[in-house]
Design a protein around this ligand. Structure first.
Ligand SMILES: Cc1ncc(COP(=O)(O)O)c(C=O)c1O
Length: 336
């Protein structure tokens, strides 16, 4: 119980952390070049004076068409965080939850909140071995925080005893498209790619009828703004903006990696818009940077106590970060 409460109280990246407004925020993996102006227009046109369709008929149909699946195979939610918790609550899937550490914390939170058996493994071999017995297995691709794109997705989909859920939160920000195995359950969280994480909406595409899962949510889980975001995401103009911004984000990520390496630091670059950098005691370094108005994601909660996760930000922000980090490290912060 204590763990659940601690997790709930942990400052979440990308939103207010109780401190003064930072000058620069590298802690969120949302597209730093956003918000997507095409989708902002959809948000402006949304009518908050009415409820959305409680069954989200047209939204489900359009998402299903975009993915080439039957309409019943799609379920929208208040962000994929909510859908992760809803999946864990679905009795059809009740049983052990499997995940490959280090990864996004919400899968473990959902399991702990419901007192479900939680299998946290550290190697692909152990993950594949446990898969046939798990009810719900999560893989984040590319993984948050390591950026890994696992080469064993096909094998995992074949071995899964229950649902193999691929969390595709950062997939739209990848340099090259991902090849997805048939049979996997896919969580889509477009708010990150469009730089609109304050709009809470996401969706699941699965290889079966999701009507019972839809009924596990209260009425109207997605607001008219969430609907607008998901509809806007399907607009080819919104996708064109995303393609364009991705090229620049990858350039910015490489530039950041180069700057960090020039400070003598080890860097693990993801093929999306973020990277990991090894700085010594990450919590101390993150605190010192925060005091200088720069927010970074201390990766200690992922079990990576020497690493910071940083997203690609504009050049001015990078210059400020590199300067501050150079100073902090030369003062011995983070050293044993
Ligand atoms: C890997 C991953 N999945 C899912 C989410 C949750 O996204 P949302 O609830 O905004 O759809 C996040 C948020 O940081 C994430 O990093």
């Amino acid at each position: 119980m204590g763990d659940v409460i601690d997790d709930v109280l942990k400052p979440i990246h990308g939103g207010p952390d109780g401190g003064p407004e930072p000058f620069y925020d590298f802690s969120t993996n949302a597209n730093a070049l956003g918000p997507n102006p095409v989708i902002l227009e959809y948000l402006r046109r949304a009518d908050p004076s009415r409820y959305p369709d409680p069954l989200y008929r047209s939204l489900h149909r359009l998402l299903a068409e975009a993915h080439g699946v039957p309409e019943s195979h799609v379920a929208v939610g208040t962000g994929t965080s909510e859908l992760i918790h809803r999946l864990a609550r679905w009795s059809f899937l009740r049983g052990p939850i499997l995940l490959l550490r280090p990864t996004f914390s919400e899968y473990a939170r959902a399991a702990r909140a419901l007192d479900l058996p939680l299998w946290e493994v550290e190697s692909p071999e152990a993950f594949l071995r446990r898969l046939p017995q798990s009810a719900l297995a999560f893989l984040c691709v590319p993984n948050n925080p390591t950026g890994e794109v696992y080469p064993f997705l096909e094998e995992a989909a074949q071995r899964a005893g229950g649902a193999l859920v691929l969390d595709l939160a950062y997939q739209p920000l990848l340099e090259t498209p991902l090849s997805l195995p048939p049979g996997a359950w896919l969580l889509h969280s477009p708010n990150k790619a469009h730089g609109l994480t304050g709009v809470r909406a996401g969706y699941l595409v699965a290889p079966l009828d999701l009507t019972p899962l839809r009924h596990l949510a209260p009425s109207w889980p997605v607001s008219v703004y969430g609907e607008a975001l998901l509809l806007g995401h399907l607009d080819p103009e919104a996708q064109a903006w995303l393609e364009e911004s991705k090229r620049e984000l990858h350039r910015l990520r490489s530039l950041l990696a180069q700057g960090l390496r020039a400070l003598g630091l080890e860097v693990r670059e993801s093929p999306a818009n973020f990277l990991l950098v090894r700085v010594g005691k990450a919590t101390e370094v993150a605190r010192a940077l925060r005091a200088r108005g720069i927010r970074v994601r201390d990766a200690t909660s992922f079990g990576l106590g020497e690493w910071l996760r940083l997203s690609a930000q504009r050049e001015e922000a990078q210059e400020a970060l590199l300067k501050a980090l150079g100073e902090v490290l030369s003062q011995g912060v983070g050293v044993d």
